[in-house]
Design a protein around this ligand. Structure first.
Ligand code: ATP
Ligand code: MG
Length: 470
């Protein structure tokens, strides 16, 4: 059975066939893993997250969170902590009861637009260790587009507004051909802001603290509160935020078993809540408009704005966006599932792939460029191989690699090179193989064809540019 995976910093959505893999509270699974220091079985999701709220139990556990953010620094080796925690997490999510018994045969994983190649590689290693055969990556915004596209006719330019726990990410997609974007998609990631769900939780926690201070003047200011105590209040604030984002709720009582040494009760009204979130919501719209400018477009020119991510359910946000974009707005009550379901659809269709919009070449000594990759080549891991003759009698052959934008002529821009040990014979054959790796980087291997011990050198280039073919 095929899966679509949206591995999030804070929550992970996995769709397996028609099933949503949910945690104990019937929603996406919090990206938390807890390792016991006393030999108990590992916990994931809410079972791991609640340990942070329980100081008594917490000391016996090592709780890992936000490990997705460490993947870009990962070396992808099995010893890398972020990779192994991710592997444990993904494997355990797929063993949850809601995942059902059918084995996973393959998956498409959604990743942030322009995510570094090291992170992609580490995620692939982690998925492999979790028993997931990764068919490919798709960007979160293209997966969102795949999910929403049937709601519209032809779309040429859309913005994807992904508002999660840790970040607000805005991408502009330019779509060419096909009534439902079946040709190519150029992805531009044009803004990332930290003003997202976690920030709202922090602001609301401070507001709750202020209310408590009004009732108990002995309470110290927020900045003097112990970090763990602050974190626990932020977790409470998240529940309050979710409850008060339901437009039918007018106030929410909060009962704290123990806060700064005492049990406490306080009520926050929807009006107070709206005061807290107003600036965050207005700020998010400012980020959107600035991002559109940066992408060389503007709100009136967009054919659609596709909204994903749990934070977009914030009270009042949908209404404000509707005022701006009218029927061009797509915002679903299931916004936290959109990316995973889009990735699952791409996995089922089996047709999504990235194609490179650069052409890579070997720059020869006479200045001519020998193409190493074909125009619009897919990232399929296949190699193209050339044999070139060495020109001088030095015992090192110097190779220079260049890139050109698709369909342009003129001198290629140098991107790097390799020094290949050789026998030192003029005309000596050097074999050069280029591969566009499924993790979206270029790899060139080269070595002399003479001699017994083949010393092959490798050059890797992560800055590929591509479009998505859907
Ligand atoms: N009904 C709701 N009302 C308001 N906020 C909500 C609601 N449901 C979820 N959220 C918030 O949405 C955020 C989680 O969104 P999401 O699952 O899209 O994050 P993520 O993908 O893990 O994060 P990121 O994209 O930053 O890596 C949290 O801050 C959560 O509190
Ligand atoms: Mg997300």
């Amino acid at each position: 059975m095929l899966c679509g995976i949206d591995f999030g910093t804070r929550n992970t959505a996995i769709v397996k066939g028609q099933r949503r893999v949910v945690g104990s509270d019937n929603s996406t699974v919090p990206s938390f893993v807890a390792y016991s220091r006393t030999g108990l079985p590992r916990r994931i999701g809410n079972a791991a997250k609640v340990l942070l709220d329980n100081p008594g139990e917490f000391a016996d556990w090592d709780v890992r969170r936000s490990f997705k953010l460490q993947l870009p620094e990962s070396d992808g080796s099995p010893n890398c902590i972020a990779t192994s925690v991710t592997a444990d997490f993904l494997g355990d999510v797929l063993r949850l009861q809601s995942a059902g018994p059918t084995p996973v045969t393959g998956a498409v994983m959604a990743i942030p637009v322009a995510w570094p190649s090291a992170a992609r590689r580490a995620l692939r290693v982690a998925a492999g260790r979790a028993g997931i055969d990764l068919k490919g990556f798709v960007s979160e915004s293209t997966a969102a587009f795949a999910w929403y596209r049937t709601q519209f006719g032809e779309l040429k330019e859309v913005a994807v507004f992904d508002w999660g726990a840790g970040t607000l990410d805005i991408s502009v997609l330019r779509i060419r051909g096909g009534s439902h974007g079946t040709a190519s998609i150029e992805e531009l990631h044009c803004a990332s802001s930290d003003s997202a769900g976690d920030v709202v939780d922090g602001l609301l926690a401070q507001r709750i603290h202020k209310e408590l201070q009004r009732m108990d003047h002995a309470l110290p200011p927020w900045t003097e509160i112990d970090r763990d105590e602050q974190t626990r209040l932020c977790h409470q604030a998240e529940w309050v935020k979710i409850a008060l984002s339901d437009s039918t709720i007018v106030s929410m009582p909060i009962s704290l078993n123990k806060y700064c040494g005492k049990p406490r009760v306080v009520t926050i009204s929807s009006k107070e809540f709206e005061d807290v979130i107003r600036t965050v919501i207005e700020g998010a719209l400012d980020v959107l408009f600035a991002a559109l400018l940066r992408a060389g477009t503007s709100a009136p020119r967009l054919d659609a704005v596709l909204v994903v991510g749990g934070c977009s359910k914030l009270r009042g946000f949908g209404g404000l966006m509707r005022e701006q974009f009218g029927s061009r707005l797509a915002i679903s009550p299931d916004s936290e599932w959109a990316v995973a379901e889009g990735a699952q659809q791409i996995a089922e269709a089996g047709d999504g792939c990235y194609a490179c919009v650069q052409e890579f070449c070997l720059v020869l000594s006479d200045g001519l460029a020998l193409p190493l990759t074909a125009p619009r080549a897919p990232f399929d891991g296949r190699s193209t191989t050339h044999v070139v003759g060495k020109i001088d009698s030095a015992n090192v052959a110097s190779l220079v690699f260049g890139e050109r934008a698709q369909g342009t002529s003129g001198d290629p821009r140098t991107i790097g090179g390799l020094a290949i040990p050789s026998q030192g014979l003029p005309g000596e054959p050097i074999e050069v193989s280029a591969t566009l790796d499924p993790d979206l980087f270029l790899r060139i291997r080269a070595g002399t064809l003479l001699g017994n011990d083949r010393d092959v050198r490798t050059f890797e280039y992560p800055s590929t540019r591509f479009e998505y073919h859907l």
